[in-house]
Design a protein around this ligand. Sequence first.
Ligand SMILES: [Zn+2]
Length: 502
Amino acid sequence: MLARVRTAALWGLDAFPVDCEVDVGPGLPGFVMVGLPDATAREARERVWPALRNAGLAPPGRRVTVNLAPADRRKEGASADLALALGLLAATEQAPGERLGSAAAIGELALDGTLRGTRGTLSLAEAVWRAGATSLVCASDAAPEAALVQGLEVHAVRDLKEAVSWLRDGTLPRASPAEPDVPAEKAEDLAEVRGQAVARRALEIAAAGAHHVLLIGPPGCGKTMLAKRLPGLLPPLEPSEALVVTRLHSTSGLRAPGRGLMRVRPFRSPHHSVSRAGLVGGGNPPRPGELSLAHRGVLFLDELSQYQRQLLDALREPLENGEVAIARAGSHARFPARPLIVAAMNPCACGWLGHPKRGCKCGPAELARYAARISGPVLDRLDLQIEVTPLDSSELLSYAPGEPSATVLSRVLAAREIQRKRGWLNAQLPAPALREHCALDAASRQLVADAVDRGGMSARAVHRALRVARTIADLACEERVTVMRLAEALQYRAYEARRGSG
Ligand SMILES: [Zn+2]
């Protein structure tokens, strides 16, 4: 007897539909599974047989052949366990198979027959829906996440027994979709930051136009404190963004199965010893890196100068394209990667260059070596290069709270609304739109020409400065980019200009 049950397997951020074909034939008891299962999937027999026995059902005493189709794609994990168990029951006529025609089954079986949700439930449920399944049986803990797929009728089962009674009589309530995440009551607020007018201004511009930030300053001057407040200046995720971000975090196993859509933008801060795969993504099967886990949120690169130069250079292409592409035998995995980057570094190796009280001990060679740790093209992409200075005594003793994040957010929202009408956030304005929306007057042209002649600014840096100037004008609700706005934008590239673009 042959039975076929629909299920799905993960591939990168996405999942693809899989047909679990079960054949129970004559011959000595045995088990063969084909169709490129990974080690976990191959061990299905060791989970499914005890699960059947413990649920009071009979494991087949004959030869079982399982094919996971399409046969040429690798199947990862244990999400096909339930499909295999139901297929065995249908093939041995212990349960009717009619309902399996339009339904799919997803879930990992425990030895006692309990069903467990798996990572990537949202992507798996989308895959079976796209493949034409109209209903899905899955673990109760994962069902609210699967039910986020509109139109798919999701039935939650606690264990194999419940799944079998559903096969027999078809009565199971429909699971409701999980509620979106509730934002934390108290996020980190800019009101807690004293002084630092320039850095605050930079964070506001960064949030408004999605421009990357570099904070340069001695240890203890508050760079981390500032960076952590950037997510609070960004609007909540829009529904379409939330779907992608939730899938990314669900397939990475960072969220327990069954949770609803993420609303709060992610904040990721990898250590500088992170591997290339950990930062950019990689592995087989491919997994997203921090760059993608921070998609639509904030990626905080603290101690930027401690990162390997090649590792930072590997960020350039994904940042340009907004995605990471990983090629693996015959198939590509793509992960979106549009985080807002805020990086922080000391001004020099000893940390005290430019400090009003403490002296820098670095020699000229050391200073040059330190500067060279970050390549020109990487520095180029950090549009707002801010030198953060330690507070002076009057600022330290002042108890006046800073402007709260909510007030800044309201200006950011207004500036983003102007950009929405143009169709792009300013950081992503394509060249033709940039020419249209950042037309320069004679004085501005002269300013750019001077910056190029004096500071050796690259064409890309000029364009990036123009985008920042557009954001500054948007924050002021100005239609045209004036020379004053452009001058402010260019001033945020002073560190690069001083260092040279080496
Ligand atoms: Zn120094």
